[in-house]
Structure formats: C-alpha cells, structure tokens
Write a protein that binds this ligand. Structure first.
Ligand SMILES: *Cc1c(COP(=O)(O)O)cnc(C)c1O
Length: 454
C-alpha cells in the first residue's frame, strides 16, 4: 500500500449523499422532549410556532436512518467540503509516539467551524417553508456567523441576539455577521419583553446564553414569518453534523485504516455526535469496538459530574425540557472560563450513549488545553479554536500513552475550528494570567437543586 498522504480528500462523487440518524440504530432511544406545561412529549404541533416544519420532522424522527441531503444544500457543501482528514505526521514525530494520529478539520470556511454544516441546512428548510427570516442567539459568535452566511445565501433575514459581553469584546465577529447582512443585537436588549424585564431586574448585566435564547425565541414566536434556530444540542443538528463522521468513515476506508480511538470536544454535543455517528453504529451493532471519548472542560463538566435528568434547555425556562446529563440550567461556568463549551447540558443522544457506556468522557483543565493548543499550532500549522483544543489535549495524552506501551494505536479526533477570534484567551495564557476553575461538589449540588421535578 502506498504511503498514506498528509491529507486524505474525497472527490465530490465520494461525498456522502445522505445524513445518518444514529437514533434509528440505538437500542435505547434518547428520551423525548417534554412540554414544560403538560410534561407530555412535545408534538410537532407544539413545536410548530418555534421551529421550521421539516426540521421538526427530523427532530422527532428516531426511526429513519438516512435522510437524503437536498441538492441545494449539497451544492453549498461542495464549496467547503469535503473537509480534509489530515494525518498529523508532524505532531507524531514531535511527540515521538508510535501512534498514528488523524484529525478531521472543519475550520476551512469563514465561520471557522463545523457549525456551517447545520446552519445551511436550517436556512434551507426555513426558505423552503416560505419564511421571511430566522432568529437565534450566539455566545462567542461562531454559530451566529455560520447562520449569517447561510441566511445571506438563501436571502433570508437573520436576527442574532449576541451575549452582550461578547458583542462588546468581539467586535470582529460582530462585523463578520453584519458583512453577511445579519441584524446583531446585544442581549439583554430593549427589543423584547424578557430583555426589558431582565434589564430592569439586573441593570448593567453583561448577559448570558440562556437569556439570549429567551429573547430570540420571543422574537421568533411573536413575528409573523419567523422561526427560531439553534446551533447545537438538538437531534436535527446532530443529524446534519453526521456529514463529518460519514466523510471520515469514507476517507479511512479509502486507505483501509481502522481507528482504535475516536475523540471529540463536547459542548452541546453536535460535532461529537456527528463525528462518531457511523462508528457508534458499528459499535452498537457489534461490528467493531472503538474507544470513543467526549472531552469537556473541567469548569463545565456535564457528562463527568452532571446528573442524568430532565432539565430546562435555557435559563429563561421557555424551551421544552430535555433529558440529559446536566449541571442544572442555572449553572454558569466561572468568569475565568475562556475555552468555550459552556453549555450546562449535553445532547440527549450523547447523554443516552454515555449512559449506555457506548461512549466515555473525560474533563480537562483550560490551562492544559491551551498548552496542547500551542503545542499543536507549532507543528501542525493550524491555529486551533480553544473548543477544538480539548480534543487535541486528549489525543496527545492517548498518543503519549502509546509511547509508553509501544502500541501503534490509530487515533482520530475532530478539529472543529480555528481560533483567530480567541486571541484574548491565548494572550491570557501567554501572560500566565489564565487560571483553572473547577466547581466544588457543594456548588454543583446547589445547582442541581434547581432541576425541575419531573
Ligand atoms: C460551537 C463549537 C464547538 C462546540 O459545539 P458542539 O455542539 O459541542 O459541537 C466546538 N468547536 C467549535 C470550533 C465551535 O464553534
């Protein structure tokens, strides 16, 4: 066999033509979303005022394994996909490990992350339904950027509620969104009832994701021709992100490579859910045995230290209840947390896979994450996003274990994006000003006490 190239690309013809819905092959299905008023499973009717019709169908479908990717979306994908699967030869050499390391790089588009894979799908279905526009929230700004790009492509209005502190601290992200025509409002704002109420109660607040979600949902449900879209956590988002895993599977097969370990960072769980989808299927069906690792920040450890329970998806408690590993919807990571992945819960699909021990999880400290990011950047030529660097950290740890044992394991990890807008966090790290914060058991216990009684 010829030497494996640095970059394994698929041709356009080899690109997956369907998304894969792992729920169809799960023996224990993820628990349904519940209506917070009745505590009954959410129906398509309940969800219709908030979400687009076709996306609701995808959200509620846990039996259809393959969804054809509509041609319009496929045509857009072709501009930035297939994404390369890169053999980290330089990192392997630097580490002196016999392990073979591969990473799937999703940062090759202006949004700088995998989020565009789902943004373009969600914008397409909104357009198909004849809507005028969509609303959403964004924290660090990757999702807002991806959605702005997708909406401008399909000529949809895009209203983004951006957590105020990010709006002020990340003016460049904001301007990228406005370049694509999005309307960006710092949250909390005077444009919604909930925003006004929050501002009255907490004047001077710098906002939170939960609050921005509540504002975006209010605007979507009160403006004719608008719906709300979300960039992670939901089943539909994992479905769209399965393109990452399907391409990875096809690229590995092209060179007859069999992975031993698959690693991804986990915030709401969309990139990891997408990356592992075909591999988790093989594992569930007993066709292969992979070690699958979700990596989360020690400051927001929903899988490793959370409880598996029904919880609110947002702080404003306007969204349905989801059963997930959660730290409680009121949990806010310490202010010194810079590394993204700050959602209090985890996708219900990944939560169920974790509960069934199909996947495992580890948490890592942010100073270790930035050290790994820097180590990677210096040899691999990509400046990684802090979120992605959680996966890098654990990939390096696993490769170093192989160095000790002499095992030639094959490690695949997801490199979800680039970190150009995160230089303030890198600066803190370089100046030795970055600290680690790990919540105490007491703090978590206090946060769990806010869980709804279901
Ligand atoms: C949003 C984001 C993540 C985390 O989101 P998931 O839904 O858990 O995948 C990871 N990496 C990057 C670069 C992101 O923008």
């Amino acid at each position: 066999m010829s030497k494996i190239p640095y970059k394994i690309f698929l041709t356009e013809d080899e690109m997956p033509k369907n998304w894969y819905n792992l729920r169809a092959d799960m023996k224990n299905k993820p628990a349904p979303l519940l209506n917070p008023a009745t505590l009954k499973p959410m129906t398509a009717e309940d969800l219709a005022p908030v979400f687009c019709e076709d996306l609701i169908k995808q959200e509620l479908d846990d039996t259809t394994a393959y969804f054809p990717i509509p041609q319009e979306i496929f045509d857009f994908y072709k501009m930035f996909r297939p994404s390369p699967l890169i053999r980290a030869y330089c990192l392997e050499k630097k580490l002196g490990t016999p392990a073979k390391i591969y990473y799937k790089f999703e940062g090759n588009n202006t949004s700088g992350s995998h989020k565009l894979n789902s943004a373009i799908a969600q914008a397409y279905y909104a357009k198909k339904q004849g809507l005028k526009g969509v609303t959403t929230e964004t924290g660090a700004g990757q999702w807002g950027t991806a959605l702005s790009m997708a909406c401008s492509y399909f000529d949809l209005d895009c209203k983004v509620y951006m957590v105020k502190v990010s709006y002020e601290q990340k003016p460049f992200r904001r301007e990228v969104m406005r370049t694509y025509g999005a309307n960006v409002t710092p949250s909390p704002s005077e444009t919604t009832n909930i925003g006004k109420a929050i501002l009255k109660e907490h004047p001077g607040t710098t906002g939170s994701l939960g609050c921005a979600i509540s504002e975006a949902v209010e605007v979507a449900t009160s403006t004719p021709g608008y719906r709300y879209v979300l960039g992670s956590v939901l089943n539909q988002v994992l479905l769209h992100q399965s393109i990452i895993g399907l391409e990875t599977e096809a690229a590995l097969k092209k060179y007859d490579i069999k992975p031993d370990i698959i690693i991804g960072c986990a915030g709401g769980g969309s990139n990891l859910g997408g990356l592992i989808a075909p591999f988790a299927r093989d594992k569930i069906q007993g066709k292969a045995d992979y070690k699958i690792i979700a990596v989360e920040p020690a400051s927001c450890p929903s899988l490793t230290r959370g409880v598996y329970a029904y919880d609110f998806c947002d702080t404003g408690k306007v969204c349905p209840l989801a059963k997930m590993y959660t730290l409680g919807s009121g949990y806010i990571p310490a202010p010194n947390h810079a590394g993204g992945l700050r959602y209090h819960g985890m996708s219900s699909t990944l939560s169920q896979l974790y509960d069934d021990k199909i996947i495992e999880a580890v948490s890592v400290k942010q100073t270790d994450v930035f050290a790994a990011a820097e180590q990677f950047a210096r040899v691999e030529g990509i400046l990684p996003a802090p979120e992605s660097s959680h996966a890098i950290k654990v990939a390096i740890d696993e490769a170093l274990k192989c160095k000790e044992t002499g095992e030639e394991k094959t490690i695949v990890f997801g490199l979800t994006g680039t970190g150009y807008f995160d230089m303030v966090a890198y600066e803190k790290f370089h100046n030795g000003e970055m600290t680690d914060y790990i919540p105490t058991d007491e703090e978590l216990k206090e946060s769990f006490s806010s869980l709804p009684k279901v």
